[in-house]
Design a protein around this ligand. Structure first.
Ligand code: PFF
Length: 447
């Protein structure tokens, strides 16, 4: 017997849950770093154009596919055209790969938040602390376990009671916290230079790489090409205006990324100078704790900051796990509780080698690469673009854009943009990303 599908209670619930998925470590850690590296204001501009065209069209397509079919990725593609079910499998594979990795980093954030709350901010500010922490065999595993278990418990409570309720209060809180920290940081001595660096378009730093970096970031940040938006679309009520919802999700996602840049880039300038922008993954875990340690009231600011990152990461992992659970539920009709426990166990098993890969097993290499980096490359640079490309081609040519345009009730101008992007612009851009990533992976191209 078919179970009644859960739904989000209304547009606000849907928008906040989808925005919760979109806003995550990608916005707070990755976006500021990329913006600073690839031309400040110029990167912002390119990113904005991409979000409003390619991002908009793909998000509309995914949510419309989900709502029209009332199924998560595999069932959705099968319902639309049986021959293309394989795209559903491919799309569904992405969150399976990202979830363990994301939970490991979520565990680090949880640790930093706990340590800041307990007044150990000084310890975090030590230059070797981050490396020493991730190298330990047990402690990062314990935090990973806690973070993953919390995610599973929230997913277990269901869509309307768990996922929606959590996002409904977490998202606004997170937005307010980010703005507060950004304002505080911008008032620090030396921060002005960072603000200018972040906002002023520097044409000399603009290149094709700016576009590629912005595009890759856009897919990850908007949680596209991973089945998440298809699943969330399947929980969306008929009467909710889909295209307004997408605009609001984009506004949330881009807004938080922008504010995060105002939080991180000036902070780095104030505490360590522009050369520290190259710290990469360490930026959030190394430079910022040093800033919090030095500034007056830094204990409180640090606690608030890591809390906001923790909430953002949690609403993203909830969406990934919800997607995986919903796919299995639709496909095999198992009980939600059983699936949650099974997914929790699989992610736990997959996360252990990943977590150890940053510590005692960091010397272990696959294809001559540090294996957590290889996994990151395979999912972000290969699997996701391929999934996005196939989705566009499917919607553009096999299914035809018309049915989704009707589902989303796009106006004439928007429908034209949607068609052009899905049929031509997005496939060309995605092929470009794929090609450059592959060439750079094999050392043919330096980017
Ligand atoms: N969009 C999230 C971020 O920017 O951090 C990441 C993410 C969420 C990736 C959900 C994948 C996913 F299924």
């Amino acid at each position: 017997m078919e179970q009644k599908r859960s739904t989000f209670s209304g547009r606000l619930g849907f928008v906040l849950a989808a925005a919760g998925s979109a806003v995550g470590l990608g916005n707070i850690w990755r976006f500021p770093y990329l913006a600073a590296k690839y031309g400040g204001g110029m990167f912002l501009l390119v990113y904005l154009v991409l979000v409003m065209t390619v991002g908009f069209s793909l998000m509309v397509a995914e949510i419309a596919i989900g709502r029209r079919t009332g199924r998560s990725a595999i069932g959705a593609f099968r319902a639309l055209n049986r021959r293309y079910t394989f795209i559903g499998y491919l799309v569904s594979a992405v969150p399976f790969f990202i979830l363990p990795y994301y939970c490991v980093v979520g565990g680090w954030v949880a640790k930093y938040w706990a340590a800041s709350t307990l007044g150990r901010g000084g310890l975090l500010a030590d230059s070797g602390y981050f490396d020493a922490f991730v190298s330990r065999p047990i402690e990062p595993l314990v935090w990973f376990f806690l973070f993953l278990t919390l995610t599973a418990l929230l997913v277990l409570t269901g869509v309307e009671k768990g996922v929606e309720k959590v996002c409904k209060w977490m998202m606004p809180v997170q937005a307010v916290l980010s703005v507060l920290v950004a304002v505080y940081v911008m008032l620090l001595p030396g921060a002005g230079e960072g603000v200018a660096y972040y906002l002023k378009p520097d044409l000399s730093r603009f290149s094709i790489r700016t576009v590629l970096a912005a595009m890759g970031q856009m897919f990850f940040s908007m949680s596209l090409a991973m089945g998440v938006m298809i699943t969330y679309g399947s929980y969306m009520k008929e009467e909710v205006n889909l295209h307004t919802a997408v605009r609001q999700i984009e506004l949330f996602d881009t807004g938080i990324a922008f504010v995060s840049g105002l939080m991180v880039v000036p902070a780095v300038f104030a505490v360590a100078g522009p050369q520290a922008l190259d710290t990469g993954p360490g930026l959030m875990f190394v430079t910022l704790p040093r800033l919090f340690d030095r500034m007056p009231g830094g204990h409180l600011v640090g606690t608030v900051f890591f809390l906001s990152v923790l909430l953002a990461a949690l609403t993203s992992t909830i969406s990934m796990m919800e997607t995986v659970v919903s796919i299995l539920q639709d496909r095999w009709g198992w009980s939600r509780r059983g699936i949650c426990v099974a997914v929790w166990a699989v992610v736990l098993l997959a996360g252990v080698p990943l977590s150890l890969g940053y510590g005692p097993w960091s010397g272990f290499r696959v294809l001559d690469r540090h294996f957590p980096d290889l996994l990151d490359f395979m999912t972000n640079q290969i699997l996701m673009p391929v999934a996005a490309l196939l989705t566009c081609l499917f919607v553009g040519y096999a299914l035809g854009p018309r049915s989704l345009i009707e589902e989303a009730r796009l106006k004439r101008g928007e429908a034209a943009v949607f068609t052009v992007v899905i049929r031509y612009a997005a496939p060309v851009c995605i092929l470009l990303i794929l090609l450059t990533s592959l060439l750079s992976f094999f050392g043919v191209l330096q980017i």
